[in-house]
Design a protein around this ligand. Sequence first.
Ligand code: C5P
Length: 217
Amino acid sequence: GQGGALAGRHILVTAGPTHEPIDPVRYIANRSSGKQGFAIAGALAALGARVTLVAGPVTLPTPPGVTRIDVETARQMAAAVDAALPADAAVMVAAVADWHVDAAGQKIKKQADGAPPALALTENPDILAGLAANPRRPALVVGFAAETEKVVEHATAKRARKGADWIVANDVSGDVMGGANNSVHIVTANGVESWPDLPKEAVAMRLAERIAAALGS
Ligand code: C5P
């Protein structure tokens, strides 16, 4: 965009799940529709930002004005985030798989004796924590937290642990996953702001405006 509160700013967004292959036909993944992250990318672009959206495997259309980089695994997402720097802000919405498997080159076959295969899991990089500790850290780093209980308490701890400036916490004990609405709490150094239950597009627009205000643009 040309004008707009975020004109001249570059903002990085991650969205969707990651898929971690087990073999050529199987994977492990987190549950994520990508809707909230794609809406945030679109809202930031609508305010004039140059937006790089690093997207895991989802079938959503790319919002207007957004540059999309498709990835499959957490390791690919981490590399794409790094390659997209520098950025003025980053909003990490992706539901990144915590582990990957050393994938088999051929489809794993069922054994005649019924013995199940063992999956050796290796921890994935924490993209948000890595970015927050990066020498090229964006001025504003925003993480998400999907919680089913003690939402604000867990989000406050997560903010400190990951070195994020803000954590957007949502209660996923209801039907948020894949749903149209989201009710979030914004946890910052100054405390907690709880927003009403809103369509994901409205959450995205409010967050984009808040980011514009924080960047002083
Ligand atoms: O630890 P947890 O997965 O609950 O943290 C959620 C936040 O951390 C989200 O912002 C998510 O995008 C980010 N994250 C990440 N890389 C990981 C795990 C989570 O960027 N490996």
